[in-house]
Ligand binder design. Structure first.
Ligand SMILES: Nc1nc2c(ncn2[C@@H]2O[C@H](COP(=O)(O)OP(=O)(O)OP(=O)(O)O)[C@@H](O)[C@H]2O)c(=O)[nH]1
Ligand SMILES: [Mg+2]
Length: 305
């Protein structure tokens, strides 16, 4: 597809054109610059980016599906970025399955994109940031980023979100304990899904007390949302909660602060991305004697003009 066609596809909000545009950016194709500079910044500014994170199998995709349905009823166009952790922790879930779970495959106003965290060239944050803007620029007023809450790149990507919801579920074992601390720090909303399962109540009470005492973000009124995503229970309450947080972040300037931080992170990610090939080339050409400390070699290499 030529870039003119892709630009038209974006203007027409055609999911295939959008997918192609994101791929070109991911591949660092020269046409990416034209695509990215053609986007409507006011749409990007206005969109709400919602991060949904939590351990594998907590029900993030099922919940995402329900949240999409709710926004679709409000007439909103929704974009989804599903980050595939390609980790054994995901229980062997493969990309295809994650997307197939979305009950909106035929809806032109739901655009789903998957991205691999591992085994990819370049920064996930950079590519996902661009994808968010492309989705927003093509009319998605809500963009959901689904990511498993393990690993650094997954934590980095959640910083692209205006609001982050942490999804936990009973019966997922000790992994949760290990994850809780880091995830709680980034969570604006706490969700206990699988409320139909044994142990949900205890988990919700646990989460509530952790949230109440939890450091900087400690919140006297910390509320834990309970859902049964598979049956669509608790979704309306959750959506109302998301909207309350969104409105309060917009008013307080928190949203601006987060976007500024995310922006810097993306610039860094892209810059590293762009400088890498030339460094690799330098190493190849320098005929480096593999002697002395690699760190010192790196210093020398960077001093070369
Ligand atoms: N009993 C019960 N099962 C649920 C609920 N929500 C989701 N499930 C089931 O839990 C399993 C995992 O759900 P997913 O939505 O794929 O979970 P996920 O967090 O997206 O998983 P990964 O993407 O692999 O990290 C599926 O079999 C769902 O049908 C719920 O509220 N109650
Ligand atoms: Mg999933």
């Amino acid at each position: 597809m030529m870039s003119e066609q892709i630009l038209k596809g974006l203007r027409d909000r055609d999911p295939r054109g959008i997918a192609r545009a994101i791929s070109l950016v991911e591949e660092n194709d020269p046409q990416a610059d034209e695509i990215l500079s053609s986007l409507d910044d006011s749409l990007v500014d206005q969109a709400t980016v919602l991060g949904i994170t939590g351990p594998p199998g907590a029900g993030k995709s099922t919940l995402t599906d329900r949240i999409i349905s709710n926004y679709r009823l409000q007439g909103k166009r929704v974009g989804v970025i599903a980050v595939d952790p390609s980790s054994p922790l995901s229980g062997g879930a493969i990309l295809g399955d994650r997307i197939r779970m979305m009950g909106h495959a035929l809806d032109q106003d739901v655009v789903v994109r998957s991205m691999a965290a591992r085994g990819r060239l370049g920064g996930l944050c950079a590519a996902a940031g661009a994808a968010v803007r492309i989705l927003a620029g093509s009319g998605c007023s809500v963009i959901i980023i689904e990511t498993v809450g393990v690993g650094q790149s997954e934590m980095d990507i959640i910083r692209l979100a205006d609001i982050t919801a942490l999804v936990l579920a009973p019966g997922l074992g000790d992994d949760i304990q290990a994850m809780k601390a880091g995830l709680l720090e980034v969570a604006d909303l706490l969700i206990v899904n699988k409320a139909d399962c044994a142990g949900a109540e205890t988990l919700a009470m646990d989460m509530e007390s952790i949230a109440r005492e939890g450091g900087e973000k400690g919140n006297e009124n910390a509320k834990v949302y309970t859902t049964v995503a598979s049956e669509g229970k608790g979704i309306e309450d959750l959506i109302a909660g998301i909207e309350t947080v969104d409105a309060s972040h917009r008013k307080s300037g928190e949203r601006r602060t987060r976007r500024d931080k995310a922006y810097d992170l993306e610039v860094l990610d892209w810059a590293i991305e762009m400088i890498k090939p030339s460094i690799i080339e330098k190493i190849k050409n320098s005929g480096t004697e593999r002697k002395g400390d690699p760190r010192l070699q790196a210093v020398k290499l960077l001093e070369q003009k």
